[in-house]
Design a protein around this ligand. Sequence first.
Ligand SMILES: *Cc1c(COP(=O)(O)O)cnc(C)c1O
Length: 387
Amino acid sequence: MSNSLPFLPFTRPTIDEETIQGVVDVLRSGWITSGPKVKEFEAKLSEYCGGRPVRAFNSGTCTMEIALRIAGIGPGDEVITTPLSWVSTSNVILEVGATPVFADIDPVSRNIDLNKVEAAITPKTRAIIPVDLSGLPVNRDHLYDIALRHKLRVIEDAAQAFGSTWKGERIGTKFQGQGDFVSFSFHANKNITTIEGGCLVMNNEAEAKLAEQYRLQGVQRFGMDGMEVELVGGKFNLTDVAARVGLGQLPHLDAFTIKRRELAQHYFTCLDQDFMAEIDCRLPTKDFLDSNWHMFQVLLPEARLKIKRADVMTKLNERGIGTGIHYPAIHLFTLYRRLGWKDGDFPHAEYAGRNTLTLPLYPTMTLEDVERVSIELTRVLKDHLKS
Ligand SMILES: *Cc1c(COP(=O)(O)O)cnc(C)c1O
């Protein structure tokens, strides 16, 4: 019977016809790379972030690398981050020649444990890169308390947190003196997209000027024909075609977030929470105020299951349900093992890394779809429990 039902991917972008037409207009306009649409997109993003300087780039990853460079962080410096994230979060630290220092996650929120951050600070620590995993915000009060007391820069990896808030205030804005660099991603899977892209929220125009230089070969332009280069920049500019997609997404942000929260809430209704607790299948933190519900992730009960996560994924796939694994623990990748990390270093991140299963959640899903996923997941779990 499930064969007749549509396949549910774990995520799916929502692009309206007006945006598609807008992209066609840009393609016909004669200016398709960085130009007026990027400027317009940046102005809208800045407005969203309470007027802070914002620049757009061709990925979220490069914005973190650039923030580290603007902060003057490089060889000999330590940057504390979480081992449970997309690997780009710590790759950028290596990219600028600095040393990543991991602090394990809190097993409930699955975000970096800020008490462990404080314990990991050394005289070489220069910055913290917290990640709002699946859009659940890291405690900004605690984070900035640590950063201020230890004079550390913060690069918020808010790639998944566009639309999330902290105590009702948008991530990306300055709130009670909190806020430093904020990095957002507009990758196709994020809550709003430019297909690929990202933006960096900064503190002042001097930082924004540096960001522009790092974005495009270090080039600065003056008057009609002046050009100067003082630093090594990369090739990180966003195209106008991509910016037009982003401009078409922004007006839907609130509706997307509301719908995601509604779907997430419905998962808690449809999944038998007593059964899940009994078998130790861990559900995400119930936050319907601040989280944008970028993802809905359960931790499979490895001690109770006769089959592996990959088998659960295959069985769900056969029933028309796509799932994801966001993310394996970073420190166990070969690149990081070569740098000295090993199994057992961060047990909570490792447990989550092995057992995370991302269930379908995207704005065009229906409540019936959520019910269907819940029923099928429960069936697969029940059919494969150790006795
Ligand atoms: C998506 C993502 C990134 C990277 O964004 P890109 O735009 O793909 O470079 C970084 N960190 C986290 C947590 C992400 O989810």
